[in-house]
Design a protein around this ligand. Structure first.
Ligand code: 3Y8
Ligand code: NAP
Length: 251
């Protein structure tokens, strides 16, 4: 059977799977929300923008005759993942999530676990520190109640409006990052606290390893719950899933 894949993208794993699918001559589209100015080039055609909720996604699955959905979005993209479960159920299209395990504490880590962004803001209600706030752009406003800190902000694109902190430095840089670079960055800005989402995977881990090597505390934001769905943790597992569902994977 010839597949026509919809790959919900935006992560290192999504790009890796898209490359493997293209190498096997599979047909598919990589989908982005349109959060950043220039999403990374993909080896398959890509689409940019929301679908219009569950209903819009059901319409898209039918209109494009999608045979399989691979949800390779970020663990914090819970709305998209929830919509994918609902829409694929309604449209009777097989769905698998290509996801990555959360990071776990290692010797030397000084993590404070918080359940969500609100919990991270509460954990920053403390005397002035020099904080590396590497959680992106979308939730910056929520951190405004703690103006006492210096914030090192790492963003994919230059901010369109001034970050809500009197004392901050913006670094425009997209990952994946390296431990050595992140350690140098923390030293350069005299960082003494890091706030991070528990993204899992490799692309954002550099700051966690750098913080450990410098003995810095980390406010670690646990990932949101996502509905039950079939999950894979490697490109190979997704390829096996496709093969077992009758897709001809060529070689
Ligand atoms: C638009 C598409 C690849 C994908 C690379 C991964 C790794 C680098 C590390 C830090 C943490 C952060 C952020 C981050 C990383 C990868 C991956 C990952 C974290 C791109 C991309 C899109 C986005 C969206 C963007 C968010 C933001 C989050 C920056 C592409 C580059 C902080 C997540 O300005 C904005 O609106 C940015 C929004 C969602 C979180 C936020 O709340 O701001 N990602 N990131 C996707 C779309 O439009 O659908 O250009 O590749 C992808 C990547 N970002 O192929 O190599 O796999 O996780 N992305 C976090 O972990 O906290 C940076 O700075 O240390
Ligand atoms: P989200 O909050 O779960 O989704 C909000 C809405 O954005 C969705 O309902 C959908 O709109 C649209 N959307 C999200 N991902 C999409 C995709 N891949 N293709 C088409 N539409 C998408 O999503 P998010 O957390 O903003 O993440 C957006 C993108 O950034 C995703 O590609 C994700 O993989 C990537 N990303 C996110 C993070 C993060 O920290 N959240 C980190 C790295 C990468 P409609 O309802 O209109 O369909």
């Amino acid at each position: 059977m010839r597949a026509n894949l919809l790959i919900l993208g935006g992560t290192t794993e999504a790009t890796a799977f898209a490359n493997a699918a293209a190498e096997r001559g599979l047909t598919g589209t990589v989908s982005f929300a349109g959060r950043v100015d220039r999403p990374k080039r993909q080896p398959l055609p890509q689409r940019i923008g929301g679908f219009g909720g569950v209903e819009g996604l059901v319409d898209h699955l039918k209109a494009e005759k999608i045979t399989h959905v691979v949800d390779a979005t970020h663990p914090f993209a819970a709305q998209m993942s929830g919509n994918a479960v609902e829409a694929c159920g309604q449209a009777d299209v097989p769905l698998i999530a290509l996801t990555r395990a959360p990071w776990s504490e290692q010797d030397g880590d000084r993590w404070t676990h918080v359940p969500d962004i609100t919990g991270a803001v509460a954990a920053l209600d403390q005397p002035a520190k020099r904080v590396m706030l590497a959680v992106g752009r979308m939730h910056l406003a929520e951190f405004a109640p703690n103006p006492q800190h210096f914030y090192l902000l790492r963003l994919v694109d230059p901010p369109k409006d001034l970050p809500p902190f009197p004392d901050h430095h913006v670094l425009v840089s997209r990952g994946p990052f390296t431990e050595a670079d992140d350690r140098a960055l923390m030293k350069e800005h005299r960082i003494d606290l890091v706030a991070s989402k528990n993204a899992g995977g490799t692309g954002a881990y550099a700051k966690i390893a750098a913080a450990r090597s410098l003995g810095l505390p980390v406010v670690m934001i646990d990932r949101p719950a996502v509905p039950e769905r079939q999950e894979a943790h490697s490109v190979g597992e997704v390829m096996d899933w496709l093969r077992h569902s009758g897709v001809d994977l060529g070689v």
